[in-house]
Design a protein around this ligand. Structure first.
Ligand code: GLA
Length: 381
């Protein structure tokens, strides 16, 4: 992939490009907690978006997407481009300039091997790769946390998804063999070794993406905010669901729409589950860790209602199959993949059994994605 991108750059724009990469992510537990200023536990993966870039002397940026095999010219201060993929790049530039970064015209070729639509945050990988690359070649001096914020705000203001900070943060801060225990309120984080001896992580991609995904995402966020607003009428200093306990929620339950109550209770429980899962991780107790993953799926499916038939099927048969420690849907939901923690000796049978059953039910095998926890955004020398 790297060579392909470099060659394409040479062919289109000449010599002298610098090369950068920023990866996709998995999340072990802590879903839909980031925009509620709670905790998440993601890790960067060994699949990334690669960017070859060089300043040019012209008035516009020339950009080529390898995956879409499409080239555009883009004015940094012009209209938002028509192509969705280009909006991510345009958005990153606008968010940098809003924060005082001066971006000059450049040539760019990008592409990657983060599977699209699988819930591995290919869009955050793109924003992070582009932000990291522009920041480096024009010496803009944004730190990684600012670049994560720039990527997140690109989603809000140029894509229309009011996402949290998890995906961009994982893409920028990831490290080999370590997951990131991130406090999304303070942005304090700790890299925890993730080395489940005798276990493996595998993803099953349903290869479906229901159209509800981005609209329902914003609805969930609004429901959480509605819950916070009710509590805030009675308890001062509440900023987000992070500040709300189950006791508080139950005290004011009657003032809340029942759906809002269900959404908020999921988030509060998921934060607690994550903390318990992290305590288990520190002790190397992957059995308890897996049980917390299962609890997360149940909450996402029944209380937060962001799962779908395909994901529920994968999780349910996963929970009943030999060798599994934990299985749950991962990411925003309404499609994408499940993440499974499986005993190494049972791995091959587990993968075969789940694939067969899924194929039998839905007429198409899930895509099997193996991931290794890897390095975050970096320059490739
Ligand atoms: C998407 C968003 C993240 C996060 C997850 C759910 O991946 O981009 O910010 O909210 O969904 O945990």
């Amino acid at each position: 992939m790297k060579t392909k991108i470099q060659e394409q750059f040479k062919k289109l724009y000449g010599e002298g490009a610098s090369l950068f990469a920023s990866p996709g992510r998995v999340n072990l537990i802590g879903e839909h907690t980031d925009y509620n200023l709670g905790f998440v536990l993601p890790g960067a993966i060994d699949k990334a978006i690669y960017v070859a870039i060089k300043p040019n002397d012209g008035k516009t940026c020339r950009i080529h997407s390898l995956d879409y095999n499409e080239s555009i010219e883009m004015d940094i201060h012009g209209e938002k481009p028509a192509q969705q993929w280009a909006c991510y790049i345009y958005g990153v530039i606008q968010e940098m300039e809003k924060r005082g970064g001066l971006v000059h015209p450049f040539d760019m070729v990008f592409g990657g091997d983060v599977p699209l639509g699988a819930g591995l945050s290919s869009s955050a990988a793109l924003e992070s790769a582009v932000g990291f690359a522009i920041n480096s070649i024009f010496n803009l001096n944004f730190d990684r946390a600012q670049l994560a914020k720039i990527g997140q705000m690109t989603e809000h203001n140029y894509v229309g998804v009011r996402c949290g900070i998890m995906d961009q943060f994982a893409s920028l801060f990831g490290d080999t063999g370590k997951v990131i225990r991130l406090d999304c309120r303070s942005l304090d984080y700790k890299l925890e070794p993730f080395d489940p001896k005798g276990c493996r992580v595998v993803l099953f991609d349903t290869q479906v993406k229901h159209t509800l995904a981005s609209s329902e995402y914003n609805v969930r966020r609004a429901q959480c905010e509605a819950g916070v607003a009710v509590i805030l009428k009675h308890v001062g200093g509440i900023e987000s669901l992070r500040d709300v306990t189950m006791d508080m929620l139950d005290t004011y339950k009657d003032e809340m729409d029942p759906t809002v109550y269900r959404r908020c209770s999921y988030v509060i429980n998921e934060n607690n589950r994550l903390l318990e899962a992290c305590a288990a991780l520190e002790k190397g107790d992957y059995v308890t860790f897996g049980q917390k993953m299962n609890g997360s799926h149940e909450g996402l499916s029944k209380w937060y209602e962001v799962s779908c038939e395909e994901l529920d099927f994968l999780a349910e048969i996963g929970h009943r199959t030999d060798g599994v420690l934990g299985a749950r849907m991962m990411g925003g939901g309404f499609g994408g993949c499940t993440i499974n923690l499986v005993k190494a000796e049972a791995y091959d049978n587990y993968v075969a059994e789940i694939s067969d059953k899924f194929q039998h039910k839905f007429g198409k095998a899930p895509r099997i994605i193996e991931v290794n926890i890897s390095q975050g955004a970096h320059r490739i020398e």
